[in-house]
Design a protein around this ligand. Structure first.
Ligand code: CTP
Length: 392
């Protein structure tokens, strides 16, 4: 989202987790990062520079004396071009070198010569990780302002089980994204609803809608990356619960209403992205309904409007609504903004957004309508939250 044209040096050191660096490069490139890979000699025993070159689209540098760099000073040149350096995997030996400010190969030298943030993803055997020397070194890195990502626990290449595995490429990608996301919502408490509600008819049947939850989950993730303290109240969604925020599952409209009202007093912002069922069955049959009749009439009762009720609380937080429309999108969204008394409404055409990975929205506030470009849902979440942050 904020990655376009960001330059990252990916340093790879010697360890079996080096193979995961290939997937990490692919993810970084996909997210528009310009990736410059620098490998140690030991890393080349585990994965070839050719693989990294093909995936990054840039030549890979390994030694200090590479004459491909115009001024003959690759350690200065490469670190000056970088917005951040990420070492993944970082071996125990390389971490020790960083602690001591050693500069005996290209990667350690450019880390020492850097003027940008350094992120380190340790990967080693669990005994090596637990060794007091490594633990001292990690504490030292943190004191020096270096970000340590992981490690994770699990099965290791040596067959042992424990802490020391490198974080998975997806988790590292997320950490990099977070690192680069401006902290526009630092200290704000934000409550978000997402997903579809599911209203039971009987023990095996329910009324729901086609919302995937992708937009709401993306907003929750990006808000957390922007420094907000996020609570996500989710209806039905196949997405995994994000692990860096408070997560409450409430499947039907009534329980979602209760969950929101329990949390609302302490919130600065409420963003209602959930597709809440407007009606629920008046009665839930305790037993499975049998198809004994030719027609079946369901008696439905209107649900309370969570967003409208929150917006009319005496100390209401800043409220943001989503208007999912199939026609006259802006007109309907404008009317809903007025009816629900919202400072900000996000209008989207369901035929573009529903279930997709991309979206195109228009923001409506007192100053008028603001049309955002079509983008993936994380980027759209960023546009919305950036706009919102200027209104707080
Ligand atoms: N909303 C809510 N509680 C409800 C219904 C809707 O919090 N019971 C919120 C949604 O999360 C969304 C906004 O209100 O932010 C608009 O929802 P939408 O379904 O587009 O509109 P409705 O108000 O339900 O009106 P209609 O179904 O008639 O279009």
């Amino acid at each position: 989202m904020t990655s376009s044209k960001r330059a990252i040096v990916l340093g790879i050191t010697g360890g079996i987790a080096a193979y995961k660096a290939a997937e990490l490069v692919r993810l970084l490139v996909q997210q528009q990062y310009n990736v410059q890979v620098v490998m140690t000699e030991a890393a080349c025993q585990f994965i070839t520079p050719i693989t990294m070159q093909a995936l990054s689209g840039n030549p890979v540098f390994i030694n200090m004396w590479d004459n491909a760099i115009p001024n003959g000073m690759p350690h200065i040149e490469l670190s000056r071009q970088a917005d951040a350096i990420l070492i993944a995997p970082a071996s125990a030996d390389f971490i020790a070198k960083l602690v001591h400010g050693r500069a005996d190969d290209l990667l350690s030298t450019l880390c020492l010569a850097r003027n940008c943030p350094l992120l380190v993803a340790p990967a080693m055997n669990k005994q090596m990780w637990e060794n007091p020397a490594t633990q001292r070194n990690i504490a030292h890195l943190i004191t020096d302002g270096i970000s340590v990502l992981g490690p994770a626990a699990g099965e290791q290449a040596c067959g042992e089980v424990g802490l020391g595995r490198m974080l998975e490429p997806q988790a590292l990608m997320q950490a990099v994204t977070k690192h680069f996301t401006p902290k526009l919502l630092q200290g704000k408490r934000i409550l978000i609803t997402a997903g579809a509600t599911l209203e039971h008819i009987d023990p095996v049947r329910a009324i729901t809608n086609l919302s995937s939850g992708k937009m709401g989950y993306a907003i929750a993730q990006v808000a957390a990356d922007m420094g907000a303290e996020v609570t996500l109240v989710s209806g039905s969604s196949a997405l995994p619960a994000p692990d860096n925020l408070a997560f409450i599952k409430s499947l039907d409209a009534k329980s979602m209403y209760q969950a929101v009202m329990q949390q609302i007093a302490k919130q600065d912002v409420f963003i209602a992205v959930a597709a809440v069922s407007d009606y629920s069955p008046a009665q839930i049959s305790p037993q499975k309904i049998k198809k004994s009749e030719d027609t079946l009439t369901l008696n439905l009762l209107k649900n309370k409007d969570i967003l409208a009720d929150v917006a009319s609380l005496p100390n209401a937080p800043f409220c943001v609504g989503f208007a999912a429309e199939t026609e006259q999108v802006i007109e309907h969204a404008t009317q809903k903004r007025i009816a629900k008394k919202l400072p900000l409404m996000v209008a989207n055409d369901v035929s573009i957004a529903m279930g997709q990975d991309h979206n195109q929205v228009t923001l409506i506030d007192d100053s008028g309508t603001h049309t955002m470009p079509t983008a993936n849902k994380s980027e759209v979440a960023y546009f919305i939250l950036q706009h919102l942050s200027h209104m707080l």
